[in-house]
Structure formats: structure tokens, C-alpha cells
Design a protein around this ligand. Structure first.
Ligand code: CP
Length: 306
């Protein structure tokens, strides 16, 4: 089996069969990661550049670990410490890095569409590690993997995505991935943080957290992305928390075994309390653990799809 794509630019352009193949391959790599010797030679002689033009903790470290576990040669680039600061363009930066014989590029960039742009101008394979408010495909795949691990299958699963839907690349990629795998999605948050016409993607919309959680098997709690908001979308963080925070009182009211997810970084005390984020119902650190196996699967399959 092979992926239908040379790049991973988003979840929208890939098929349900691609997602299934990535999740099944990640199962094998998760087993490898639980062995005493976690390294396999699959990507020996492949060079991968991790280009981060925007901050990251989880995605950057997870990709680097995945690449090293597959025996790839790895170079890391951070825009903050580069000649981007002297005015060099994205294309010049990447062409210079590729002149040093790089096979794959993992890229995070604040501009939606930056990975698609690069894929049209350079010969290397591109993996989107988050492009502005557009897509974050590897996060959606690790979320789907974690849900499948917890529930056995994704078909028929009811997933709530709660919070700042408008500014969230995680929300969009999750919507595409979950629907392609047969799950149902409700987005929930204040009307100002839910894009108009999002129903056209086939999701339900709710402005009521308690009702949404009563319906859901799992809730993915999103961070309020203050850094992407140059106008006010709600009166204050306290007002937001009063209506949309997942806390122990809410969990006691709905009284059901809801599975709780968060892509990180968490704003503790805003969208979720520490007690809930650290509770047995939360699979937040499982998501992070699974991210390495899922990214190993993506790199391995893309290397074979060249
Ligand atoms: N979930 C996620 O993308 O986290 P980072 O921004 O730390 O990579």
C-alpha cells in the first residue's frame, strides 16, 4: 500500500484510505517505540530539514525524535536565529537549504498556504507542521490515532471541538480527518469564534457547552489564540471561562465518561482547569506520545511515495 500523495500539505487533499494507512502504520511504529531499542534504519541516507518560522514545542521535538528514530539525518532551522531576520525571503531561504541536498522539508509557517507555495517551487517533499490558521495535518492524525486507540474505531464516534474555531488550524484539520473516517463533529464556542457557514463542512454548531458535552464521546478543548486576535472576540477571559471552560463542576453535571483532549499548549484555568487536564479522563499526554509514532509513519510512507 502507498499514499496517494507525495507531500502532506493538509488533510483536505488526502483520502480516507491514506489516513487509514497512516494510522495502521503508526500502530507498528508505536510498538517499535516501546522496545528497548527504539531506532530502525528505514530512513538511513534521507536528510530532513525542520524549518520552523513560528514557535513550537511539541511538533518540533516530536518530528525531530521521529526522524532520529527512523535514522534520518536531521537539520533544524529556527527563523528567529536565521537570515530571515535580515530580510531573506521564504523561497531564498529554502532554496539555500536545499542546495545542501535535503530530501524532505517539515515546515511550520504563520502564512496559510506557505507549504503549498513551496511544494510548487522546490523538488523536495513538504510536510506541513502548521500553516497559520489553515491546517495542522499531523496534529489531526495523532488526534485520530489517539481516539482510535481509546475507542477501537472512529466510525460513528461523536467528537466535540470546543473553543476558538475561527483561528484554529487544529479544528479544521480535525474536522476533515474525523469526517473522512466516519466520525460526527460538533463545533462549540461563542458565536464570534465560530466561522459563518462552517455547517457547509458537514459539522453541527452549538453555543452551549453542557449540551454539546452531553452529546459527545470525546471533547477536544482548544486554546484561545490571543496572538492571532487583533480585535476582541469576547469581553474578557473570565467571561469566556464562565461559559466555555471544562471544569470539575461541568464534568459532575454531565456525569458520563467523556474523553478529554487538548492539542497544547494549555491555557490552564481558561479553556480547561488543571484538575480536569490532569485527570484520568484526559488523554493529553497520550496524544503527545502518539505524535512520535504517527509522524514516523508519515515520514516513512512519504519516503516510499517519492
Ligand atoms: N500542538 C502543537 O502544535 O503544539 P506546538 O505549537 O507546541 O507544536
Amino acid at each position: 500500500m502507498a499514499l496517494s500523495t507525495k507531500h502532506l500539505l493538509g488533510i483536505k487533499p488526502i483520502t480516507g484510505e491514506d489516513i487509514q494507512l497512516i494510522l495502521d502504520t503508526a500502530d507498528n511504529f508505536k510498538e517499535v517505540l516501546n522496545r528497548p531499542i527504539k531506532k530502525v534504519p528505514s530512513l538511513r541516507d534521507i536528510t530532513i530539514a525542520n524549518l520552523f518560522f513560528e514557535n513550537s514545542t511539541r511538533t518540533r521535538i516530536s518530528f525531530e525524535l521521529a526522524e532520529k528514530r527512523l535514522s534520518a539525518d536531521v537539520v533544524n532551522f529556527s527563523a528567529a536565529a536565521s537570515s530571515v531576520k535580515k530580510g531573506e525571503t521564504l523561497l531564498d531561504t529554502v532554496k539555500n537549504i536545499l542546495a545542501m541536498k535535503v530530501d524532505m522539508v517539515v515546515m511550520r509557517h504563520p502564512m496559510p498556504g506557505a507549504p503549498v507555495f513551496l511544494s510548487r517551487h522546490i523538488p523536495a517533499q513538504i510536510i506541513n507542521a502548521g500553516d497559520g490558521t489553515h491546517e495542522h495535518p499531523t496534529q489531526a492524525l495523532l488526534d485520530a490515532f489517539s481516539l482510535r486507540e481509546k475507542f477501537g474505531e472512529l466510525k460513528g464516534l461523536k467528537v466535540a471541538i470546543v473553543g476558538d474555531i475561527t483561528h484554529s488550524r487544529v479544528a479544521l484539520s480535525n474536522i476533515f480527518a474525523l469526517q473522512k473516517m466516519g466520525a460526527e463533529v460538533t463545533v462549540c464556542g461563542p458565536p464570534t469564534l465560530i466561522p459563518k457557514h462552517i455547517e457547509s463542512l458537514g459539522v453541527k454548531v452549538s453555543y452551549n457547552l453542557e449540551e454539546t458535552l452531553r452529546w459527545a464521546d470525546a471533547a477536544n478543548m482548544l486554546r484561545i489564540q490571543l496572538e492571532r486576535q487583533n480585535i476582541k472576540f469576547f469581553p474578557s477571559l473570565r467571561d469566556y471561562s464562565l461559559q466555555y471552560q471544562l471544569n470539575e463542576e461541568m464534568l459532575a453535571r454531565i456525569d458520563k465518561p467523556l474523553v478529554i483532549m487538548h492539542p497544547g499548549p494549555i491555557n490552564r484555568g481558561v479553556e480547561i482547569t488543571s484538575e480536569v487536564a490532569d485527570s484520568d479522563q484526559a488523554i493529553i499526554l497520550d496524544q503527545v506520545e502518539n505524535g512520535v509514532a504517527v509522524r514516523m509513519a508519515i515520514l516513512y510512507l512519504l519516503a516510499g511515495a517519492k
